[in-house]
Design a protein. Structure first.
Length: 177
């Protein structure tokens, strides 16, 4: 009988204390569930950080746009003041020369302000090579003195902001043979 009890004791699983160690065997499913919970928390935190970043970027973009517009508008106010000065006195008492001079001063001020913002005027001379990105061909104009594919005349200047063409120079071009 003693032999039977000893056999039964060996068939039952040993507890941690009977095994003689403090090592705890974790269930692999519980370990994976813990890892999933940890990664889920990291994902949600990252998602929230990214959403905050997007919101801040939109706010910063709007502020930069508003500040840029404000800067330009403040500079253009002097031009508006000049126009008001030209129009404010009794126009009938002004000579045509005075009105023209007021418009000229206002135009010069506008060019100065736009130049200060980085805009420059693009102009061409007859005989310059036609460049599709910088020039807009309004028509073909035959010419004995100008090579084919080159500019014959300029109709309107173009404008650029740094290297970016805002409006191409409007030109006539000698037709290709």
């Amino acid at each position: 009988m003693k032999k039977q009890q000893e056999d039964q004791q060996h068939d039952e699983p040993l507890t941690d204390s009977e095994q003689g160690g403090d090592t705890e065997i974790k269930d692999p499913i519980l370990e994976l569930e813990d890892q999933v919970a940890e990664w889920r928390e990291k994902y949600l935190r990252s998602l929230a950080d990214f959403q905050n970043y997007q919101r801040r970027a939109l706010i910063n973009e709007k502020q930069a746009k508003d500040e840029g517009a404000s800067s330009v508008l403040e500079k253009l106010l002097t031009i508006l003041d000049n126009l008001d000065r030209v129009l404010s006195p009794d126009v009938s008492a002004m000579s045509l020369d005075q009105v023209v001079e007021g418009v000229r001063v206002t135009r010069d001020e506008m060019l100065r302000v736009l130049g200060g913002l980085g805009m420059n005027k693009l102009e061409v001379a007859p005989g310059d090579e036609f460049q599709p990105g910088r020039h807009e061909a309004m028509l073909q104009q035959p010419s004995d003195e100008i090579e084919p594919g080159h500019i014959v005349a300029q109709f309107a200047p173009g404008y650029a902001l740094g290297d970016r063409v805002l409006r191409p120079v409007k030109v006539s071009v000698a037709p290709s043979e």
